[in-house]
Design a binder for this molecule. Structure first.
Ligand code: ACM
Length: 702
């Protein structure tokens, strides 16, 4: 099935490029190509009609700076030279809010560009489009002539960053805000408290960060900087304080508020843990009232996230007083007790003018009206919430920490055409959030998990649902990947790729970069099973950390090999030569890494065995291509050797990486086993034959 989708996608790709497709991500609601282009040269100037809008002025300066960095051309911002005009009807309020007007119109012809928006926020979205429209060809830099009428499909388009499992300092947050703005995301959800760390300064209860954070937390001053930086980019900041479970780091400071005696220490392992607040203890609400009041004043957004997920009930079950409380208050069970707790939280939040949002576990009978649900356990959570009248956002399917492909996230729609949600409840679906959980990421590697895949999620949440051509998404994803890096995202920063004993500037250092581009980290929660001893205290500086969740290089190679095998007529020998050159380059790099001295012995084992696997796969690919060109079936011995290389690649190891090139090697092996069939069978029959005879992909056990 998957293979058929890939081939169908390829045909669509050819169709869409021949129509002169655009490079924008997210795709605008409506785009009409014009004729001609606006050349970008020293005569380009930009003016805004309401210079008193400081937020817009600084955004325009960022935009002209970005053009300057990319082209070397300085854009004038003096009146009288304007070629680009920006017109807004009114300033947006200083802080963005849910439901702000984001609509804009952009027209470009040979004489100039006009960006019109009702508000500052709309103009910011239009500037992001203008940044992405800038192109270069043999005549130089230009904006294509175009008319764009754009507005978002959903008002809540978020990225959650867990700064707890692995601390993520302010600089990580700021550079990711710049990248978010480029793809029109508008909510930064900061997951600030966890078993593994309490990451926010409380001036009222300083013991919380003093004992719960290893010294790694945001000061209130830093939070104010983050909020201002986000607001300048039209992005809201929603804080999360996960309660009543996921709470070990709070209980280090306040063990007397827990449901079990303690003492507590910061959790270093990954998983679901027992520590949980005792909702029957009035002192819990004194702490939470004081703390949440302080946070409500610090974070201006109307929403405050109270978590609510994965309370396993172990410590509540073991506490006779708590069970008695449940019986005496007619609460039925632990879920009833958590709803009681949420009711208390809601009163506290309402007192401080906040609306509550929580993970889908909090959806229980009696949940206060107006509470927003963030659905993570399945699409049904989203439907359940809105069917009960609660607003909701979708995160199930947007777990970018699980290393799935951009395609999988892209196909995940909060409101697909066949949605089970009744028409009358659809307005309650506010959008979604990508979730960047931080068990396996450090400040050095987190951007590789977020970008560029989150741009595909941003498109799903901004663009019309009918924008769903996967191959065209990948074409544009590779382009926006470069724009994201120019905006400051560090997914391509190769300086994070190193190994003790290997000079990053040496040929072997370069080969490591190539090796990292050929493997992907294992998906879902498999890494914890393969590396059970890794904790928060490990360096996380391994091949599985440097590589990206989806290798766009290997994906392109796989798509091209499919196309080569199934194209009509004789096999294209020139393309075959290019494939072989590519495979030889990969094998050479991997071989250098495999033979490098290993100063970091245990970690190096995984790197070296992975490098050897790449060499074997690349050699296998070459042998199959040669067999196809010669129309000479592989010998039984060679087939067995290649099948064995694929089996080695498929086998999970402590290196915790997978080899996406096995997809084309599988197909090549099936083809090279019986090359003459390519000429004997009709194309469809040939495809069906290869799919039926290739070594099946390993079963996903999850
Ligand atoms: C979650 O992933 N526990 C919300």
């Amino acid at each position: 099935m998957k293979r058929f989708l890939r081939i169908a996608g390829l045909i669509l790709l050819l169709a869409s490029t021949s129509l002169g497709a655009h490079e924008l991500m997210p795709a605008p609601a409506a785009i009409t190509p014009g004729s001609g282009r606006l050349d970008v040269d020293a005569a380009l100037g930009v003016a805004i009609d309401r210079p008193e809008d400081m937020r817009l002025r600084t955004a325009v300066t960022r935009w002209t700076d970005s053009i300057h960095r990319r082209t070397g051309i300085a854009v004038a911002t003096a009146r009288g030279m304007e070629v680009v005009e920006i017109k807004t009807a009114a300033n947006s309020p200083e802080l963005p809010k849910l439901g702000d007007e984001e609509r804009y119109t952009l027209t470009i012809d040979a004489h100039g560009a006009t960006l019109t928006a009702a508000t500052t926020t709309g103009a910011l979205r239009g500037l992001a489009t203008l940044t992405q429209l800038l192109q270069k060809d043999e005549r130089g830099w230009f904006f294509p002539a175009v008319t764009i009428e754009d507005s978002p499909r959903f008002p809540w388009r978020g990225l959650m960053i867990d700064v707890c499992r692995h601390w993520q300092p302010e600089e990580v947050i700021l550079r990711n805000l710049d990248a978010m703005a480029l793809v029109k995301l508008n909510v930064l959800h900061l997951h600030l408290t966890e078993n593994q760390g309490f990451r926010i300064e409380s001036k009222r209860f300083p013991k919380l960060q003093e004992l719960g954070s290893d010294g790694h937390y945001f000061t209130q001053e830093q939070i104010r900087e983050i909020i201002a930086y986000a607001a300048d980019r039209g992005i809201r900041v929603v804080p999360e304080f996960d309660l009543p479970g996921h709470a070990t780091s709070w209980l280090v400071a306040y063990p007397e508020l827990a449901s079990a005696p303690g003492p507590y220490t910061i959790e270093r392992h990954w998983g679901v843990f027992d520590p949980v607040f005792d909702p029957t203890n009035p002192k819990v609400y004194e702490l939470l009232d004081g703390f949440l009041g302080e946070m409500a004043a610090l974070f201006p957004d109307e929403y405050l996230h109270v978590g609510g997920d994965e309370n396993n009930g172990v410590d509540w079950n073991a506490n006779a007083h708590i069970q008695k409380f449940i019986r005496e208050h007619g609460l039925k069970n632990n879920e009833g007790l958590q709803t009681y707790f949420n009711g208390k939280l809601q009163v506290i939040l309402a007192k401080y003018g906040k609306k509550m949002i929580g993970w889908d576990e909090i959806l229980q009978p009696g949940l206060p009206e107006g509470t927003m649900i963030q659905s993570w356990r399945g699409q049904t959570g989203l439907a359940d919430a809105v069917n009960h009248g609660y607003p909701a956002i979708l995160s199930n399917g947007y777990y970018i920490d699980l290393n799935y492909s951009a395609e999988q996230h892209y196909r995940n729609d909060p409101l697909p055409a066949n949605s089970v949600i009744p028409a009358a409840a659809r307005h309650l679906v506010y959008g979604g959030e990508a979730t960047m959980w931080a068990e396996w990421v450090t400040p050095d590697t987190i951007d590789t998990r977020i970008w560029p895949r989150t741009a595909a999620i941003a498109e799903r949440l901004w663009s019309p649902g009918s924008v769903n051509d996967v191959e065209d998404m990948y074409r544009r994803l590779a382009i926006v990947d470069q724009r994201l890096a120019e905006a400051g995202a560090q997914q391509d920063n190769n300086s994070r790729i190193h190994a003790p004993g290997i000079d990053p500037k040496s040929a072997t250092g370069g080969a490591l970069v190539t090796l990292a581009s050929l493997v992907q980290p294992v998906t879902h929660y498999k890494r914890g099973g393969l590396q059970p001893d890794v904790t928060q205290l490990n360096p996380s500086n391994d091949l599985a950390d440097w590589c990206k969740p989806e290798s766009l290089e290997v994906r392109s190679f796989n798509v091209a090999v499919d196309d080569w095998l199934f194209a009509p007529g004789a096999l294209d020998a020139d393309r075959a030569t290019r494939f072989k050159t590519q495979l030889m380059a990969w094998a050479k790099a991997a071989d250098l890494v495999a033979k490098a001295p290993a100063a970091d012995a245990p970690i190096a084992q995984g790197r070296i065995s992975s490098a050897r696997t790449v060499v074997a796969l690349a050699d296998a690919g070459e042998a199959c291509i040669d067999a196809m060109l010669a129309s000479q079936p592989l010998t039984a011995e060679k087939k067995a050797a290649i099948a064995s290389a694929i089996a080695v690649a498929d086998k999970p190891t402590a290196a915790a990486v997978v080899f996406p090139m096995t997809s084309s090697i599988r197909l090549l092996l099936a083809a090279a086993a019986e090359p003459a069939k390519r000429d004997q069978l009709a194309r469809d029959a040939w495809k069906a034959h290869l799919i039926a005879t290739e070594i099946p992909l390993p079963k996903e056990k999850e």
